[in-house]
Ligand binder design. Structure first.
Ligand code: ATP
Ligand code: MG
Ligand code: MG
Ligand code: MG
Length: 439
């Protein structure tokens, strides 16, 4: 993309409404625009990162054997009356009436709808196990939407639902989700710690929240510092193996790590004092097993091996896709702007032309730009007629991991500069070498 043809409305001043750094940087980098409280437009740069985050979520869900579909944002209130949640859910639910005075709602989550799909089409235990998921906009009328996309009212969530014959099978699905979530967050350059959590309105005894440690996080968390040494890394896992998935769950949940809702001072006191940590965290996902809570009242049953109909065991598993952008920035920035992890960066590299309009500099930049594209990379070329300082500031603000700086003086010796955004390290090399380094 050539910056002169792009739409990147960066702000020079810090917006006053932003209280935390990720919100401030998303506004300044021209990623989002608030339309009304907690509701945002995703401008091109923000939309690009959102799609990259979503893509990683899709890849890791499908790697785990989970099947994508798409349910609508609007739901019939009748479904929620069947489960009993229409009245329970409270004011976070946005209720709507259509012209026929039928009650609808903008879905805050999809347990009822997916259970309805399941019961309409699945009859036999032979069709299990089954995990269906989608990535779709949700609406929750949060009393205090704040921190930009971190606590929006309309937000993008991946929510997946498993259907199994037995509790044992459903717990395997739970473990599969835990593993796939660890992989998902790590690919985004995040450490998200599974912490024992509280069932809340979705219900259920087995539940973990995934928290990214950050001072601006809204949850208070308590953990054994040993947990932060764990990484999933590039180990191979067979998602069909009950033992392998169970082993990962045990490894990642055996140390003390809880949110304030389940925190227990007495148990925490058993952790050696020098390893006890109290901190704040951002909830970027949550997994639940809740058994037959929805399948029973809604009649989602299958015929088992013995010919008897039984309600299926279910769980639901969410990732805050749009919130993740805030969490990634909270964890990856400096005083000049965002520092995107390679896995989610909107462009792989920025090209800065120090002397726009100079024939040889322009054609060197054009050649680098074309060559990077030919190699499947996505460069952002700042081809505007602007001061070098302003171009550098924009590149630093939007946080691309690499910058190639091209000017007439360097070109005379066949050199450009390659700069790493995270370390600031700059090296001189030929354009050819710079391109090869980025592949
Ligand atoms: P919170 O405790 O932050 O209100 P939640 O526990 O109500 O979140 P879940 O029902 O567990 O949310 O939804 C799954 C994921 O969706 C959460 O882990 C979070 O990452 C994301 N999420 C929930 N509410 C919002 C929101 N208002 N804005 C952005 N993301 C959200
Ligand atoms: Mg909530
Ligand atoms: Mg929560
Ligand atoms: Mg939650």
């Amino acid at each position: 993309m050539r910056l002169s043809r792009y739409f990147l409305p960066v702000l020079k001043e810090d917006p006053k409404e932003a209280q935390i750094v990720s919100h401030r940087l998303m506004l300044r980098a021209g990623m989002i625009k608030q339309q009304t409280a907690g509701i945002y437009s995703w401008l091109p740069l923000g939309f690009k990162v959102l799609r990259r985050v979503e893509q990683i979520v899709h890849e890791e869900q499908q790697r785990a054997g989970h099947i994508p579909l798409l349910m609508p944002t609007l739901q019939s209130a009748d479904l929620w009356r069947e489960s009993g949640r229409y009245d329970d859910y409270g004011e976070e639910m946005l209720r709507i009436q259509d012209r026929h005075k039928r009650d609808l709602l903008y879905g805050p989550t999809n347990e009822e709808m997916i259970t309805d799909i399941f019961r309409s089409h699945v009859n036999s235990y032979k069709d299990l196990p089954l995990t269906l998921y989608h990535v779709q906009w949700k609406f929750r009328d949060e009393i205090r939407p704040r921190f930009g996309v971190m606590r929006g009212r309309e937000f993008l969530m991946k929510d997946g639902y498993n259907f199994d014959l037995t509790k044992e099978d459903a717990l395997h699905a739970y473990n599969r989700h835990l593993v796939s979530y660890l992989r998902t967050y790590e690919r985004m350059g995040l450490q998200a710690i599974p912490m024992r959590a509280d069932g809340g309105p979705i219900g259920g005894d087995y539940t973990h929240e995934f928290l990214v440690l950050a001072e601006t996080g809204e949850s208070e968390v308590f953990y054994d510092s040993q947990i932060t040494d764990l990484t999933f890394g590039d180990r191979q896992i067979n998602y069909d193996s009950v033992e392998q998935c169970q082993a990962v769950l045990e490894e990642f949940t055996s140390r003390y790590a809880r949110t304030d809702e389940t925190h227990d001072e007495a148990v925490f006191a058993e952790v050696p004092e020098e390893r006890r940590r109290t901190a704040r965290g951002i909830e970027v996902g949550q997994i639940f097993y809740f058994g037959t809570k929805y399948s029973e009242p809604m009649g989602a049953t299958v015929v088992g091996p013995d010919g008897q109909r039984v309600p299926v065991h279910m769980g639901s598993h969410g990732i805050g896709v749009s919130r993740l952008l805030g969490a990634i920035i909270e964890a990856n920035h400096d005083d000049r702007g965002i520092v995107w992890p390679e896995g989610v960066t909107p462009f792989h590299v920025g090209i800065v032309n120090l002397k726009q309009g100079d024939n040889s500099t322009d054609s060197a930049c054009d050649a680098i730009y074309a060559e990077l594209q030919a190699r499947g990379l996505d460069p952002l070329y700042d081809d505007r007629d602007d001061r070098a300082g302003a171009k550098f500031a924009t590149m630093d603000l939007i946080g691309l991991p690499w910058r190639i700086t091209v000017g007439p003086r360097g070109l005379a010796a066949n050199k450009v500069e390659l700069t790493n955004r995270r370390t600031g390290a700059t090296e001189e090399m030929s354009p050819k070498e710079a391109i090869a380094r980025l592949e």
